[in-house]
Design a protein around this ligand. Structure first.
Ligand code: PLP
Length: 389
């Protein structure tokens, strides 16, 4: 038996494990410390009432012989949800047909699984810093990785370099961890670059619901030419608070390799995945109803208010930062080793954030704060941070 030795190449300690270790060590010595967590990107507000109602109704249906459901007829998702997602896209002017949508248990799974469609002998372009799953899932399957530097020069929205050749490109906007977004022109430059090279873009739109400025695309399919080169991953996690409920989707357009990639993805999913539960899919459908969108927006607006609080305070302190406008993340320049900064905030302000170096080498010297705590706790954290910086 030979193991997949690519696993030896993955960085050992996962970022959030190290954060938990440091926080636990500190609280063991300081049991009365009132820690405020602006670190992990998990939502905190409850599900929208109409989503809960849809979930309860679906559970009741499962409890009656006449309406009980077993395996779903199609592992790509029930028609009612695929139609609801297609309609959701149309609300911001993007045409995606229901059959191009593949429902899953979340964007992380799709992100890890989509690599199955591509040969190991592909060069993968990954922005640095970025959500670590793109890197780790490709390292696990032994692909060559090259990086695209996201830096302060472009406010962490990196642009393509035509001299660089690659086959698979990852883009995430609004970005985790930087909160940076692409304008339509910037995204078009990426689409043209990919089409010129015959590369595929894997576009992670998990935070699309946070886009608030006009001119910032919520989907890569808002850009001409994207249907020939892009796959989009999206999620109900941040839009509808589904981090614990689990539901996401991937759009593989018909034009991509003349429909071959869509067929391959459907085949891959129906072989290795038996679908998301009926209950989750009914809840997701409710989240994308008019009522659900309005109720979920209240939660997003609350997170936005927190993001603005953090961003305004940093601006007042003259600290360079990105994000916070179209994103629940604020990415600030800490100017020192980002783990030292983490320790300083933890021990002096009892505030937990995320060191930028955990997202790539260009994250060194930067720090991520998230808007997912309550308004009161966020305001309190800001007051404490102000005293320390
Ligand atoms: N993509 C990005 C950029 C994320 O930040 C996250 C979660 O934090 C995910 C995907 C995972 O989403 P899901 O909860 O749908 O698996």
């Amino acid at each position: 038996m030979k193991i997949n030795s690519n696993y030896d190449k993955i960085q050992n300690s996962y970022l959030f494990v190290e954060i938990a270790n440091r926080v636990n060590k500190y609280t063991a010595g300081n049991p009365n410390a009132d820690i405020i967590r602006l670190g992990i990107g998990d939502v905190t507000r409850p599900l929208a009432p109409c989503v809960v109602k849809a979930g309860l109704k679906a559970v009741e249906e499962m409890g009656r012989a006449e309406t009980f459901r077993g395996y779903s007829p199609d592992s790509q998702g029930y028609g009612f949800l695929r139609d609801a997602i297609s309609r959701y896209y149309s609300l911001f002017g993007v045409k995606v047909a229901a059959h191009e949508i593949h429902v899953s248990d979340g964007a992380k799974s799709d992100c890890g699984n989509i690599v199955d469609l591509f040969d190991a002998d592909n060069t993968v372009l990954i922005p640095d810093p970025v959500y670590p799953v793109y890197l780790d899932s490709n390292v696990m399957s032994g692909r060559k990785i090259i990086y695209c530097n996201a830096t302060e020069e472009t406010d962490f929205a990196p642009m393509p370099d035509k001299k660089v050749k690659c086959d698979i490109i990852y883009l995430c906007a609004p970005n985790n961890p930087t909160g940076a977004v692409f304008t339509a022109e910037q995204l078009k430059a990426w689409v043209d670059y990919a089409n010129d090279m015959g590369a595929v873009i894997i576009f992670d739109a998990a935070y699309e619901a946070f886009v608030s400025q006009p001119g910032i695309p919520r989907s890569i399919f808002a850009v001409d030419g994207a249907r020939n080169c892009a796959i989009e991953l999206c999620s109900f996690s941040k839009t509808a608070g589904f981090t614990g409920t689990r539901c996401g989707y991937t759009v593989v357009p018909d034009e991509l390799l003349g429909g071959k990639l869509a067929k391959m993805w459907a085949r891959r999913q129906s072989t290795k995945f038996n679908g998301t539960s009926y209950i989750q899919q009914r809840m997701a459908e409710a989240a994308y109803s008019d009522e659900g969108i309005a109720q979920c927006r209240e939660n997003i607006d609350a997170y936005r208010k927190n993001a603005k609080l953090i961003s305004d305070a940093l601006a007042e302190m003259g600290i360079y930062h990105t994000g916070g406008v179209n994103s629940p993340y604020v990415w600030l320049k800490c100017g020192t080793d980002s783990w030292d900064f983490f320790d300083r905030l933890l021990t002096k302000a009892n505030v937990v954030g995320t060191p930028g170096s955990g997202f790539g080498k260009n994250g060194e010297g930067y720090f991520r704060l998230t808007a997912f705590n309550t308004y009161e706790k966020t305001a309190e954290a800001i007051e404490r941070i102000k005293k320390v910086l």
